[in-house]
Design a protein around this ligand. Structure first.
Ligand SMILES: [Zn+2]
Length: 195
């Protein structure tokens, strides 16, 4: 018996070497009437297009505190995040955001409006965060979280946040809270984080 390789799911494997339709090796070339390199199967003719992935999440608020989860998975193990994750096939962005909040924090929430849309082209992702009201103080963090908890604005662990889409969403929220108006924010994070 061979030992299965340890599974990893981030960064998601994007390089494709074999055709998922027929199993023959893939060629990288620009198909006719196209202008980008694509994974093309010369055997069965399949062109394997790749497109950005959606990450859906929530900014959950309990009274005046914000719900954060400490990650039990890579990347950014041990760092704090808003509940968020990859959208699944067959669900809406709102359903995905609710599901992630349930999985990572076990929090009961009432979903509010879409709050941030963030293009992250270098990561090949678009992130969506909804506002939400937390309905109960009780949290049941799942296996993807070391812990989950509520933070007042003064106590947000800025240096220990997992992702810039999380920190910028929190920055918008804190700025908007001063005015009491929470419009949707759409912006880009065009460059990878500095090493
Ligand atoms: Zn093929």
């Amino acid at each position: 018996m061979t030992t299965p390789a340890p599974s990893f799911y981030f960064p998601a494997p994007r390089a494709q070497r074999y055709c998922s339709q027929c199993g023959k090796p893939i060629t990288q070339r620009i198909p006719p009437d196209d202008n980008r390199l694509r994974a093309v199967c010369e055997h069965c003719g399949a062109v394997h297009y790749q497109n950005p992935r959606n990450v859906v999440g929530v900014l959950p608020v309990w009274q005046d505190k914000i719900l954060l989860c400490r990650r039990a998975i890579e990347p950014r193990y041990d760092k704090w995040t808003l509940p968020a994750g990859f959208m699944e096939l067959g669900e809406t962005t709102a359903q995905g955001a609710m599901r992630e909040t349930q999985e990572e924090a076990g929090a009961q929430i009432e979903l509010g409006p879409l709050y941030t849309i963030i293009d992250v082209p270098h990561a090949e992702q678009v992130h969506f965060f909804y506002l939400a009201k937390v309905l109960s103080e009780k949290l049941y963090p799942g296996p993807e979280s070391i812990e989950a908890g509520f933070f007042s604005v003064e106590d947000i662990p800025w240096q220990e946040l997992a992702f810039r889409t999380v920190s910028t969403t929190l920055e918008h929220y804190i700025a908007d809270r001063a005015t009491g108006v929470f419009p949707m924010h759409h912006y880009d994070i065009p460059y990878p984080p500095p090493r």
